[in-house]
Write a new protein. Structure first.
Length: 70
């Protein structure tokens, strides 16, 4: 257990030895223009099923870049 400084709802800082209940959030990583363009070329926009494929592929890439699991 390590000592850390926390800020309460009134803005006051306190030193605590209490465990941190959850890890700090990582910054969100989006897709680059190049990655978006590659995705757009995977899809046959005239076929109705392609929208679902696009959505699943988009989700997969974002999870991969942000270290997420299912």
């Amino acid at each position: 257990m390590s000592t850390r400084i926390v800020t309460d709802s009134n803005g006051r800082k306190h030193i605590t030895n209490e465990p941190q209940l959850h890890s700090p959030q990582r910054p969100w990583v989006g897709l680059s223009e190049d990655e978006i363009n590659k995705l757009r070329h995977l899809v046959d926009w005239t076929a109705e099923w392609s929208y679902g494929r696009f959505a699943y592929e988009l989700e997969r890439l974002l999870r991969e870049k942000n270290g997420g699991a299912a």
